[in-house]
Structures are given as C-alpha cells and as structure tokens.
Design a protein around this ligand. Structure first.
Ligand SMILES: [Zn+2]
Length: 261
C-alpha cells in the first residue's frame, strides 16, 4: 500500500483557488506600487477623459469618444474615480487631470479601474493553462514516484518478465491505467517492468494473462530479428516472476480487464 497522503479533491480545489487569489493579489499590489512612480502615459488622459464623459452623460464629446475606437469598459472604469471626485472634461485635454482634486490624485483615482481587467486576464490565463497542460500533472508525478518505489520493492527490484535487475531501468507499470477510476496506484495493480517490457506492455505488444503467463504479439517480430526473439518472443507463454508475498500479486481481475483490450 502506498504510504503517501492524498489530498481530497475539495482540499485541492481550496488550495487552487487560494493560490490563484494570491497571484492576483500580488500582481495587483505590484502594479499599484508603480502608480506613484509613473506620470500619465501618452494616451492615458484621453482614456480617462472618455470615461469621465460617459459618467457625465454628456452628448458633447470633446475627446476621442468612448463609443468609437477603443473598447469602452476599461475607459468607463478609469473614469469613475475622477468623476466621483468632481473632475470634469475640459476643452483642452492637457488641462483635465489638473482640475478637481489635482494631477496626482486624479491618476490615483483612475488607475484602480484597470485592476479588474488585470485580474480577469490572470484568471483566464490560469484557466487556459490548466486546459492546455492538464491539472493532474504534479499529483500524477508525486504518486508515480511512490507507486514505482512500492512496486519495485515487492518485486525485489527486477523486471517480472525478464528478471533484469538494473534498478534505473525498472519502472512501475499500471495494469489498469491510473487515468481510469479503478486504476488505483497499488501494487496489486502494478507490474515491475524494465524499460523495454514496459514500452512493449503499454501498446499490448506483450500482455500478461490472469494466470500470470506472458502473451507476445508476434506480428511485429520479423523472422530474422534475433534481438526481438531473445527479448520478446522468448518469453511467450512463460510465467512472470511474482512477489514472494502472495498478497502483493497482481489482481487477476485487473489483468483480465487489461488483457481484453
Ligand atoms: Zn524486462
């Protein structure tokens, strides 16, 4: 039995949300720390002005209007703070940030408007990355390490087919893949196989029957291929090397399930 502790799916979800929230918080703080450093960027006053015009409900558009070129939501968001502080659009754009509470305060009030979009971008990137790379990679690698250790131990560190004892070349092979519900990472669902026989087992070039004998798919083996005969055909019909403790033997139900495929 594996000795590792498996987190519940609920605990993993909570940790995942907490990690995402931490990333968003750190990003927002780091961005906010620049607000007192940088003056307005080239077109920032224009975006703020468009937002202020929208909040003011004016039909007289003085600056590049929010309803044309740029996506409006961010402009509306950055216009809210200055609008509430009493800043209004001016005939000349260069004057606007200096009205109401003044230049620095207007910038400080407008810039939080972009944070929801930063948070949204981070969350969407997170979701896309999870979809692209899979969410179980780390868990799988962790339990694979324990699974390999346990399986190799009960098989006395040798391949159950050829009895190779070179540990770096030995792997813990799942009988029923761990991607399936019944494919638990337990030794009864495992086989200690060398790299060659594991690679042959996965596509069923060799199979292990429920009576623990090997069945070799000879279709791929050419008559003159001496190495293939010695490393594969040679074991056809032979019984595999089993763990000394019968409770660690492969479960015949798992072998049957795998053999039928
Ligand atoms: Zn082997």
């Amino acid at each position: 039995m594996s000795a590792f502790v498996r987190l519940s799916s609920r605990a993993i979800k909570v940790l995942r949300v907490a990690a995402l929230a931490l990333i968003v918080a750190v990003a927002c703080v780091r961005v906010a720390r620049t607000w007192t450093v940088f003056s307005a960027t080239a077109d920032e006053p224009q975006h703020i002005a468009a937002g202020i015009e929208w909040w003011g409900g004016t039909d007289v558009v003085q600056h590049e209007p929010w309803r044309t070129v740029n996506p409006p939501l961010a402009r509306i968001a950055v216009g809210l703070g200055p609008h509430l502080a009493g800043t209004r659009s001016t005939p000349f754009l260069r004057d606007m940030l200096y009205t109401g509470p003044g230049y620095a305060r207007n910038l400080m009030l407008s810039r939080p408007g972009i944070l929801p979009f930063l948070a949204l971008a981070i969350v969407l990137t997170w979701l896309l990355a999870r979809r692209a790379y899979g969410e179980t990679t780390v868990q799988t690698r962790l339990h694979q390490a324990y699974f390999r250790r346990d399986v190799l131990f009960v098989y006395s560190n040798q391949c159950c087919v050829c009895e190779l004892k070179v540990r770096p070349l030995l792997q813990g092979a799942h009988i029923v893949p761990d991607s399936e519900a019944v494919g638990a990472p337990v030794v009864q669902n495992g086989l200690s196989l060398c790299s060659l026989h594991h690679a042959a087992y996965d596509p069923s070039t060799i199979r292990i029957k429920a009576d623990y004998t090997v069945a070799v798919e000879n279709e791929w083996i050419e008559a003159g291929d001496g190495f293939a005969r010695a490393s594969l055909s040679e074991f056809d019909g032979r019984r595999i090397h089993l763990p000394s403790d019968a409770t660690h033997h492969p479960n015949p139900d798992f072998l049957n399930e795998r053999f039928r495929r």
